[in-house]
Design a protein around this ligand. Structure first.
Ligand SMILES: C[S@@+](CC[C@H](N)C(=O)[O-])C[C@H]1O[C@@H](n2cnc3c(N)ncnc32)[C@H](O)[C@@H]1O
Ligand code: SF4
Ligand code: SF4
Length: 343
């Protein structure tokens, strides 16, 4: 079957915003990883390769998700580029959705990058958490910082719309909070965008071995940096919510389960990446209608304030009464998407 046109997928995503339907799914395409980062424990819980989902399974999942609409699908892991069929997986999601991939950058080559863009990848985030060799210490392997920087260049140079489709993703933590001017200068020097997410310290996929949340006040400083660095794409509203979270006054409801969801490396569905234990079904075995009804019936997420990750913040900015500033910030980025993906 052919890919839905970019305009059709964009229109369906827009409808999802307005009709308060699901708009974002995170998918762990494999828990395997080539790094051992201090704040992550997905890599400690890999499936045997024989038990991992197949390319056809991802096609099924993409099709079932399409019953909900055209979603932004974050392809993550583990390290997604360890999947030999990552190009086909991206293609499976691009048929109905808007795939974004997150990578540590180690395995990005010009050939792989070109194939990923050709398959319909919308944007790609490369993780960099420190503007120097501390990144290597934190990620558990020498050379990771330079590899991530190389990946930025390769992805930018191969992307149909260049650096607009590539961004650095930095996790905000106690020991890099002061490094954001340097981190933003680094991404600017590569000609790519930049996004930030608050460290999450709970959940089966998370660890707090060496990093924890920063002090309140950093949200205000990041807002000031957003004025100085136009390529800093993270929503202003999300940045404003950072200090509220750090002061213990996070707003509710959280829309996990209703407007965003997590699909793990075996196809199990949970409301968010932090609450994998709130499993409501499996998207290979169960119909979307059943999974969706169970997600909507979950009470715990509605009042939960356990995290302030950007996936939570993004959906909140695009939910509730229309927030014109967030919509403008979103469409400024969204309309920069590649012509090549508009099939
Ligand atoms: C789990 S990783 C998977 C993709 C890829 N391996 C990578 O590192 O980019 C997806 C994103 O989550 C971030 N991350 C890892 N642990 C986190 C935590 N405890 N809280 C918030 N984000 C985290 C990573 O830095 C990365 O940007
Ligand atoms: S954050 Fe990414 S690179 Fe680091 S261990 Fe987790 S999955 Fe691997
Ligand atoms: S606040 Fe929402 S996204 Fe975060 S852990 Fe709770 S339910 Fe999940």
């Amino acid at each position: 079957m052919t890919r839905q046109s970019y305009a059709r997928r964009g229109g369906r995503l827009l409808l999802g915003f307005v009709a308060k339907r699901p708009i974002h799914a995170i998918v762990q395409v494999s828990n395997r990883c080539n790094l051992t980062c201090g704040f992550c424990s997905f890599w400690e819980n890999p499936a045997r390769p024989a038990d991992e989902l197949t390319t056809a399974d991802f096609e099924t999942i993409s099709g079932k998700l399409a019953e909900a609409g055209s979603l932004i699908v974050s392809i993550e892991g583990g390290e997604p580029t360890l999947r030999p069929d990552i190009v086909e997986i991206v293609g499976a999601f691009a048929r109905f959705h808007h795939p974004i991939m997150f990578t540590n950058g180690l395995r990005i080559t010009p050939e792989l990058a070109r194939r990923l863009w050709d398959a319909g990848l919308d944007t790609c985030g490369v993780s960099i958490d420190y503007p120097d060799a501390r990144h290597d210490t934190h990620r558990g392997k020498a050379g990771t910082f330079e590899a991530a920087r190389r990946a930025l260049d390769v992805l930018r140079d191969t992307a149909p719309r260049g650096g607009r489709q590539v961004f650095v993703m930095s996790v905000l933590m106690h020991d890099n909070a002061n490094a954001f001017p340097e981190l933003l200068a680094l991404s600017a020097s590569h000609g790519v965008g930049h996004q930030v997410t608050m460290i999450s310290t709970g959940g089966a996929g998370r660890h707090t071995r060496a990093q924890w949340i920063p002090h309140a006040g950093i949200g205000k400083r990041l807002l000031e940096l957003k004025q100085r660095f136009p390529h800093f794409m993270t929503f202003s509203g999300y940045l404003e919510g950072i200090d509220a979270y750090l002061e213990g006054t996070t707003r509710t409801p959280c829309w996990a389960g209703e407007r965003f969801l997590n699909i793990d490396h075996l196809g199990d569905v949970a409301p968010c990446i932090e609450k994998l234990e709130l499993r409501v079904g499996n998207l290979l075995r169960d119909p979307w209608a059943v999974v969706s009804a169970r997600l909507g019936a979950l009470e715990e997420p509605k009042t939960c304030t356990d995290c302030w990750t950007s996936c939570r913040g993004f959906v909140e900015e695009m939910s509730g009464p229309p927030n014109l500033r967030s919509w403008r910030e979103f469409f400024e980025d969204f309309t920069k998407q590649p012509k090549a993906a508009r099939t």
